[in-house]
Design a protein around this ligand. Structure first.
Ligand code: FPP
Length: 239
């Protein structure tokens, strides 16, 4: 089966899933974290080279304080608990996003996990944390201006490869497949530049109900799609 080199997932629907069961929203996040663990292990087993999970967006800071605090605590706890799972599966952990906005103790665990797993050679697992595509592009534009001002770059040097290289995600290939759960058909500020030619799969199930069988189904459909990158069928099929 032809697998995506880079799979990215917008794990949506935790809150609604919990509400439908008359539970608090955080109950949905707890279950969501369990699902994330299962999916991470499954992707590593399938030898997907890059997996990115949208764990917390720049907009998520506007949620009720208790929910934000719970998500931060959950992130810290899961990373601590699961470092051994990452090591066992040879997974290298990375992040994209504005780490400065995270509480210091959470930031510390994120950086520790990056360091501990730095020599692992298997799947690269990236958490998008306090991440927003527009913010990422804005930071890139600032860096570009800075480099031009300092005489490190000329206008003619600016091309797509240069822009990609100045984004926080520069260590990742563009995502081949983006999955968003919970029936919402939008990207919500995720990978705006990188998603130019991504296949996008909108899955009806909320994230807490997502199963490895669903991933299998989506990956099978992906492997059968023809990706033309703006070319004709004949051109795209040529090796
Ligand atoms: C979207 O559901 C989910 C989030 C904002 C957070 C994602 C976090 C997790 C899956 C748990 C933590 C993950 C890890 C890997 C430690 P929502 O709250 O937007 O749901 P709603 O749209 O129904 O409100």
């Amino acid at each position: 089966m032809k697998l995506p080199r880079h799979l990215a997932i917008i794990m949506d629907g935790n809150g609604r899933w919990a509400k439908d069961r008359r539970h608090s929203r955080v109950y949905g996040h707890l279950r969501g974290a369990k699902i994330a663990k299962t999916v991470i292990e499954d992707c590593a087993r399938r030898k997907i080279p890059f997996l990115t999970l949208f764990a917390f967006s720049t907009e998520n800071w506007f949620r009720p304080l208790e929910e934000v605090a719970f998500l931060m605590h959950l992130l810290q706890r899961q990373l601590r608990r699961e470092t051994q799972t990452l090591m066992k599966n040879d997974i290298r952990f990375q992040y994209i996003g504005d780490l400065e906005r995270l509480p210091p103790e959470v930031r510390a665990v994120v950086l520790e996990t990056v360091e501990t797993t730095a020599d692992n050679k298997g799947m690269v697992l990236t958490f998008a944390l306090s991440y927003g595509g527009r913010q990422e592009i804005t930071a890139m534009a600032r860096e570009l201006v800075r480099q031009v001002k300092n005489g490190l770059l000329e206008e003619e040097d600016v091309d797509e490869a240069l822009v990609s290289g100045l984004l926080a995600s520069s260590f990742l290939p563009d995502p081949d497949l983006i999955i968003r759960t919970s029936g919402e058909s939008r990207l919500s500020n995720f990978f705006l530049w990188q998603s130019a030619y991504s296949e996008i799969e909108f899955e009806a199930k909320p994230w807490p109900d997502f199963e490895v069988n669903d991933l299998e189904r989506i990956l099978t459909a992906f492997s059968q799609r023809e990706r033309r990158f703006g070319r004709t069928s004949e051109q795209a099929l040529r090796p």
